[in-house]
Design a protein around this ligand. Structure first.
Ligand code: HEM
Length: 427
């Protein structure tokens, strides 16, 4: 049996340096040990190791002390054991490929709203705030899915409190969110909004049972009538979890896609040529889908997936002591040159028929792997496709404030605003 040599303590890095330490550690192999400050970690970047940790041994490598517990409470992301199983089972059917179809009209309505906003901006020659519009779109879709109503601007402003809390979350598990006054205030604001919305949904149900299949909040309230575990607190936690998980990630992915197209005009031109020549909607969707997948490869919004060894284990012949913090890193796995030749190149063709991409199921893992993989992956793909079908053939945003780099926080986001001017796709 081999052992992983843990290097001596290093000075605590600034948060953005974490990815550099991980990148350097990954040079040693697909499973390595490192220290960040005075804390030891094990880093997995190989697909085999990732699959063992996330898919084959979920009872050993568990979620623990979730970074966002103050925000998400016992919602699906931070729940564990039987409570997690019960909560996942309840929501799962609404998020399969077929289950997602029931939300298609909400997704379309939210996408048309942004398309109308861009049309107005384009006619007026006014700049667009792509970051803000993508966030509004993703929040609007999940809000409609939860409540059955369109997102209004007052609620959008209230929900900016979510961004305040998410921005305060530490990059690594184990640390607590920054307990600043602004964060406390933001958490209070989120509770107020969540309880108001739950109260409104209850009142509406008391007046008349909603027609048709229930929205997610109705589903949670229905369940509360027979399952005592669904207290008001848990309903609040699940609502906030779906809001948080269901908008930041999608919004950042869409932002990165526009950043990448702006950085690579040649790829953009090739995309448009293929799009115009494509034979029917399925072929066009495949081209847009490949753009989204390649964006998720280079900028997986959930770039780091932390786990905690619940007991002693041996992984790849290496002993892992109970209590070890294990980091799975999609961002680095997606850049392993043996899996992804010329990994930094933006090449959506990898995801088209005949493109070169690895077959290993964990080589591409933007939505995670195993039982705790993303609940909303089909929803996210449907959202991005629906919006991009409207925007890409009509506009070519030219960025006036392109981000210089990325912030590797709880999510992977551009390091500044993403704003631009809308031009025609072809000069
Ligand atoms: C591009 C968009 C998205 C990306 C990249 C993404 C990525 C991920 C990843 C990597 C995980 C697994 C984390 C882990 O194993 O610790 C996850 C979990 C989760 N995601 Fe997403 N996600 C996206 C969109 C969404 C949407 C739209 C929703 C809701 C509608 C959603 C809801 C969730 C939930 C509830 C979990 C926790 C699942 C569980 O623990 O059982 N996500 N997501």
């Amino acid at each position: 049996m081999t052992t992983l040599a843990v290097p001596g303590p290093t000075p605590p890095p600034a948060a953005p340096g974490v990815v550099d330490l991980l990148r350097e550690a990954a040079q040693a192999g697909p499973l390595t040990a490192l220290r960040i400050g005075d804390r030891p970690f094990v880093l997995a970047t190989g697909p085999d190791q990732t699959q063992e940790i996330l898919a084959r041994r979920p009872e050993v490598y568990v979620k623990h002390g979730h970074r966002a517990r103050a925000l998400l409470g016992d919602g699906l992301i931070s729940a564990s054991g039987d409570a997690w199983k019960r909560q996942r089972k309840l929501l799962q059917a609404r998020f399969t490929v077929a289950g997602t179809r029931r939300w298609a009209h909400h997704i379309t309505a939210a996408a048309e709203r942004i398309a109308a906003r861009w049309e107005t901006a384009s006619l007026a020659g006014a700049p667009v705030d792509i970051g803000r519009d993508m966030r509004f779109f993703a929040l609007d879709t999940i809000w409609r899915t939860l409540t059955g109503t369109a997102l209004d601007e007052a609620t959008e402003r209230e929900l900016s409190a979510v961004d305040t809390v998410v921005a305060s979350l530490p990059t690594l598990a184990g640390a607590r969110p920054d307990p600043g006054l602004a964060v406390d205030e933001a958490l209070r604001q989120i509770d107020t909004t969540a309880h108001r919305v739950i109260g409104l949904a209850r009142a509406r149900r008391a007046d008349a049972r909603p027609d048709g299949p229930p929205h997610l909040l109705d589903l949670l309230l229905d369940t509360a009538e027979t399952e005592p575990a669904y207290t008001d607190r848990l309903i609040r936690d699940e609502l906030v979890t779906l809001l948080v998980a269901g908008h930041e990630t999608t919004a950042q992915t869409l932002c990165w896609l526009f950043v990448l197209l702006d950085r690579h005009p040649d790829v953009h031109d090739r995309f448009l040529t293929a799009y115009e020549a494509a034979d029917g909607p399925a072929a066009r969707d495949a081209l847009v889908g490949a753009l989204v997948q390649e964006t998720l490869r280079l900028y997986p919004a959930v770039w780091l997936v932390p786990r905690h060894a619940a007991r002693d284990d041996v992984l790849d012949g290496v002993p892992i002591a109970a209590g070890t913090s294990v980091l799975v890193c999609p961002y680095l796995t997606h850049r392993v040159p043996e899996l992804w030749p010329d990994p930094e190149r933006f090449d959506p063709g990898r995801f088209l028929p005949g493109g070169h991409r690895p077959h290993h199921p964990a080589a591409f893992q933007p939505f995670g792997v195993g039982a705790r993989a993303c609940l909303g992956q089909y929803f996210a793909l449907q959202e991005t496709l629906t919006l991009l079908r409207l925007l890409l053939p009509a506009y070519r945003p030219s960025l006036t404030t392109p981000p210089r780099g990325a912030v590797f926080g709880a999510n992977l986001r551009p390091d500044g605003p993403v704003r631009g001017i809308l031009t025609a796709p072809r000069p």
